[in-house]
Design a protein around this ligand. Structure first.
Ligand code: DX5
Ligand code: ZN
Length: 228
């Protein structure tokens, strides 16, 4: 499984989003953090910005909905142009119905877990999902330090995916950088969100390439990859 990098525009200049998308050309996804000031104590952007951004870039949008009531809003975000929609397990009233609706509308369906939410209770839901997002910080802000205490959860999640022989991507988000990405990959992650590590770099596109190379090397040597 090749590593994928999803730069988070939370660390970009919100007045120049189209240019900031161009600055990470070659990225696999563009990570868009939608925050409603209720589910998390921060407010970012909504439907009109997602619609405009999807017209302004060819990079598929990876939407991370940190909002209450994703059951109501997520399907509309597919129509706004998202290629992947991640809702939070803690906020979804009916995650199975929601994941099915997202897939039926043509996007990848993903579910995110805050640091204190265990994966085990969701084992039976895994076949409904295309990706799991394990938060490696408390959601709400960019630039926070990576939580090493999440590595065992990444490992257990990768084991559950393998146990059920599923093709589910495992994304990490929060504090992912040149110094932490290898740990994440070694533990089982294959999709990496990076905000400050990409947009804080002098050359964001080069930062994406370097992160991907590091992750690819770590994945190739990782214990969870079965073909070695
Ligand atoms: C935080 C967001 C992240 C954020 C990550 O709640 O979900 O996507 O942009 O930023 P960094 O990579 O700087 O920790
Ligand atoms: Zn995010």
């Amino acid at each position: 499984m090749a590593a994928q990098i999803s730069p988070s525009i939370l660390s970009a200049d919100f007045a120049r989003l189209a240019e900031e998308a161009k600055a990470v050309e070659g990225a696999d996804w563009l990570h868009v953090d939608v925050m409603d000031n209720h589910f998390v104590p921060n407010l970012t952007l909504g439907m009109p910005v997602v619609e405009s951004l999807s017209r302004a870039t060819d990079i598929p949008l990876d939407l991370h909905l940190m909002i209450e009531n994703p059951d109501r809003w997520a399907p509309q975000y597919v129509e706004a142009g998202a290629g992947s929609i991640t809702f939070h397990a803690e906020a979804a009233a009916a995650p199975v119905r929601l994941a099915r609706e997202i897939r039926a509308k043509g996007a990848r369906a993903a579910m995110a877990l805050k640091p204190a939410t265990p994966i085990e209770q969701y084992e039976d839901l895994l076949p409904e999902l295309d990706m799991l997002l394990i938060m490696t910080v408390e959601p709400g802000f960019g630039g926070q330090p990576f939580l090493d205490i999440m590595l065992p959860k990444i490992r257990r999640t990768r084991e559950l995916i393998a146990k059920h022989d599923l093709d589910i991507w495992l994304q990490v988000d929060g504090g992912v950088s040149a110094t932490t990405i290898e740990r994440c990959a070694e533990a089982g992650a294959d999709v990496f969100v990076a905000g400050s590590a990409v947009y804080g770099a002098v050359d964001p596109a080069a930062a994406v390439r370097t992160l991907r190379e590091q992750a690819d090397v770590a994945i190739a040597a990782a214990p969870w990859v079965c073909d070695h």
